[in-house]
Design a binder for this molecule. Structure first.
Ligand SMILES: NC(=O)c1ccc[n+]([C@@H]2O[C@H](COP(=O)([O-])OP(=O)(O)OC[C@H]3O[C@@H](n4cnc5c(N)ncnc54)[C@H](OP(=O)(O)O)[C@@H]3O)[C@@H](O)[C@H]2O)c1
Length: 332
């Protein structure tokens, strides 16, 4: 598997990262869930995918715990893995009935300790701040990150879902460079590149929505990680009608654009003689910013299909064809 460096000074990682959000999701029996998680992790490793993305909130901590159970059985592999987790989102609990974002020292320290305990390891290679906290005290955050790095609990820091300006603000005080910003990105959710195509046009979305994070990351040697790179499977075989089942999916995956883009992906899959997943990810990998897809599949066969993306190089014409389908209209 091809590799790249995360940020300028981060760890060397495969060009595709494995997201663990849905590890063994829906399996209630603990032993069966452990076996399922182990199958996913080991299938990934067999493909050279040793970079795993977690968050303290995935399945309420269960995803990290299942991974930790597997790691406890294979402690000698820890050094070969790059484990990242996220913190900063607090779902409703005993203390509040709404979701909050929280970059306070107390919350981040407790969250990192919780992740390390569940993952059964002594350090995180990368900690990402999951979503921007409107109430962030940047000086307090700087001290917190400094202590976490000095104590060896985390090796690198990054963000997720942050705009260019939010990144600059944090970077201005943090004692270590940001190495990654994890953002939603796929041919249908394409704002990161679409923004740059609309410069000086009346239909240009405001820079305040964070789309210029791509250019900011390139300037600062920060790796963009693309979450939901497969658009949850809707471009590679999952029936588009399933997107109609709830309001959130309907808004995220408009049926006409899904169908059009899936059609373009199908055709390229035939041309390149690879699975559709490989084409979707190759579309992301084709961007010169070295964007790293964070794939969410737990299915070993689909992992295999995803890994084939590194064998595909889309032409400029093919890339823009997919983008045009994903946008639902020609570029300006
Ligand atoms: N930073 C953030 O805010 C944020 C937000 C969301 C996610 N993430 C990270 O990004 C990772 C990936 O996110 P994602 O899961 O949305 O990414 P994705 O790779 O776009 O979607 C993967 C999901 O789609 C399903 N899928 C794929 N192809 C399918 C098909 N042909 N038919 C049916 N189902 C199919 C997979 O199920 P199978 O397992 O059956 O293949 C899996 O549940 C997560 O694991 C997490 O680590 C980060």
């Amino acid at each position: 598997m091809r590799t790249q460096t995360l940020g300028a000074h981060g760890p060397t990682v495969p060009v595709i990262c494995c997201g663990c959000m849905t590890l063994a999701r829906g399996i209630t029996d603990t032993d069966t869930a452990r076996q399922s998680a182990a199958r996913t992790v080991e299938a990934a490793l067999a493909l050279g995918l040793n970079h795993f993305d977690h968050a303290d909130i995935y399945q309420g901590g269960r995803a990290e715990s299942l991974f930790g159970d597997w790691l406890a059985e294979h402690p000698s592999l820890r050094e070969r893995l790059v484990i990242q987790s996220k913190c900063g989102i607090r779902p409703p609990d005993d203390s509040a009935s709404c979701t909050r974002y929280d970059f306070s020292r107390a919350h981040i320290e407790a969250a990192v300790d919780g992740s390390l305990r569940r993952l059964r390891c002594e350090y995180l290679d990368v900690l990402l701040l999951h979503r921007p906290d409107a109430l962030v005290d940047i000086e307090e955050l700087a001290v917190t990150v400094d202590d976490l790095v000095s104590s060896g609990k985390i090796r690198h820091i990054g963000v997720s879902n942050h705009s260019a300006a939010q990144m600059r603000l944090l970077a201005s005080v943090l004692p270590v460079p940001l190495i990654a910003n994890q953002m939603e990105f796929n041919p249908v959710h394409n704002a990161l590149v679409d923004y740059g195509l609309r410069v000086n046009r009346p239909d240009n979305p405001s820079a305040a929505d964070g789309c210029d994070a791509l250019e900011e990351c390139r300037l600062g040697s920060v790796t963009i990680q693309a979450w939901s790179p497969l658009a949850r499977g809707f471009l590679s075989g999952r029936p588009a009608t399933e997107a109609l089942t709830d309001a959130r999916s309907q808004a995220k995956f408009p049926l006409d654009r899904i169908l059009q883009t899936a059609h373009a992906i199908n055709s390229l899959a035939r041309t390149h003689a690879v699975p559709r997943e490989a084409v979707v990810l190759a579309w992301i990998l084709r961007h010169p910013a070295a964007i790293q897809p964070v794939i969410g599949t737990c299915d070993p066969a689909r992992l295999d299909a995803c890994a084939k993306a590194v064998d595909v190089c889309l032409s400029r014409d093919q890339w823009y064809t997919v983008l045009t389908a994903g946008r639902g209209e020609s570029i300006p």
